[in-house]
Design a protein. Structure first.
Length: 162
């Protein structure tokens, strides 16, 4: 039996559900720590710099997801910054490259970075599968920086007030 938790500690409190603008409503997703970027703005700047060099948005990993077909059916990669999920990018392709000890996985992402409602997440290594039911909803127009700062939203979520 699952331990009782107040609704404000759940991934999606009542009235909020993960709403995605693509076909990924029932898809499997990935979640990964965004190492080397302090904020979504850092990731955007880094991606813009790499795009200017002709580099596609590829994430290298050691392990290829065994459930890649489910992820490719509209799934996204959710990025964790300083203990908060803040951004997602749609996964376009998953490819295993190299042989033997040099074998690795490359995950090709859509260029567009989609802001999500901040959601706390503990540190972990590598990537993890992430079910749609656990995913934070996308920020809608009017919910972003103009409506409330990301820091304030994070504090309100931590207090259970949002």
């Amino acid at each position: 039996m699952k331990a009782w938790r107040p609704y404000w500690l759940n991934a999606n409190p009542p009235g909020l559900r993960a709403e995605h603008d693509d076909a990924g409503l029932l898809s499997l997703h990935l979640i990964k720590l965004c190492v080397g970027a302090e904020s979504p703005d850092d990731l955007r700047a880094w991606r813009a710099h790499r795009a200017a060099q002709g580099q596609p948005p590829v994430v290298p990993t050691r392990q290829t997801p065994k459930r890649a077909d489910e992820i490719l059916d509209g799934g996204s990669l959710y990025w964790v910054f300083k203990g908060q999920i803040l951004i997602r990018q749609r996964v376009l392709a998953i490819e295993t490259v190299g042989e033997g000890a040099l074998r690795r996985c490359q995950i090709l992402l859509e260029d567009r970075l989609i802001d999500t409602v901040p959601q706390p997440r503990r540190p972990f290594q590598g990537w993890r599968y992430f079910e749609t039911k656990d995913a934070p909803p996308d920020l809608q127009a009017g919910q972003g920086e103009d409506a409330i700062s990301r820091d304030l939203a994070q504090r309100l979520r931590e207090l259970g007030a949002w």
